[in-house]
Ligand binder design. Structure first.
Ligand code: PEP
Length: 244
């Protein structure tokens, strides 16, 4: 499977910065050796799509489950698709822990993305205290179980395992930690098919190759290190050379 290298820009890079990013982004990876995905802020989506110099897919960082209506400040899956997105990040830990998004809301968003023809990229991951309490498997099975039913019959989706303690902290799971968690996620997905399961949490050029070489790790979801075009290109290069 070609590795997925996805960048989540979070609330960074407005339209001008997005254009500047792509004017400098020159991945030293052979065409097609990784699948590049970008999640810019909604307001930068059009600028990003219009200035990409390499084959890449684009997604939004969040959607609402309703198609339209009185939901001030929200974006629907249908609107994201019309604006050029083909994927939607759902249930990112910052959405779950800063904005209080629940498993039930994540499930509704997964259903909405699938109905609109967006590829859901659903994030799961445990808190540090949950890991320390030996609850990794219980948490991952609960999170995956909450949305798995909405993925039945969905042609394409991805799951991102992002341990909350590793996001934006500089702490990274070891390849063995990632392999263990990805094995649990894959088992919890059961018969849904062999979807890519990405690792996220302080991925950098120096640790990307080892992480994507671990069993069941099909790619990376990169936050902070995706903002710099040279750094992100080095991560893509590292993943392109890694074994499957
Ligand atoms: C993320 O935002 O999904 C993420 C993994 O962030 P970082 O790479 O900065 O830890």
């Amino acid at each position: 499977m070609v590795k997925v290298v996805a960048g989540n820009w979070k609330m960074h890079h407005g339209p001008d910065a997005a254009r500047r990013f792509f004017s400098r982004f020159r991945p030293k990876v052979e065409n097609g050796s990784v699948r590049l995905v970008f999640f810019p802020p909604d307001l930068s989506l059009e600028a990003a799509i219009g200035s990409t110099r390499v084959p890449a897919d684009f997604g939004v960082q969040n959607i609402h489950w309703e198609a339209a209506g009185a939901r001030t400040g929200e974006t629907s899956a249908e609107m994201a698709r019309e604006a050029g997105a083909t994927l939607a990040l759902i249930g990112h830990s910052e959405r779950r822990h800063i904005f209080g998004e629940t498993d039930a809301e994540v499930d509704r968003k997964v259903g909405a993305a699938a109905r609109a023809g967006l590829v859901p990229v659903v994030c799961v991951g445990e808190l540090l205290e949950e890991r320390r309490a030996g609850r990794l498997e219980e948490v991952l099975r609960r999170q995956v179980g909450a949305f798995a039913g909405s993925l039945a019959g969905v042609a394409e989706f991805m799951v991102a395992y992002e341990p909350v303690w590793a996001i934006g902290t500089g702490e990274t799971a070891t390849p063995d930690d990632a392999a263990e968690a990805h094995g649990i996620v894959r088992d919890a997905l059961g018969t849904l098919g062999r979807a890519p399961v990405l690792y996220g949490g302080s991925v950098k050029p120096g640790n990307a190759a080892a992480l994507v070489s671990a069993p069941d790790v099909d790619g990376v979801l990169v936050g902070g290190a995706s903002l710099d075009p040279d750094v992100f290109a080095r991560i893509a290069e590292a993943c392109g050379g890694a074994g499957s």
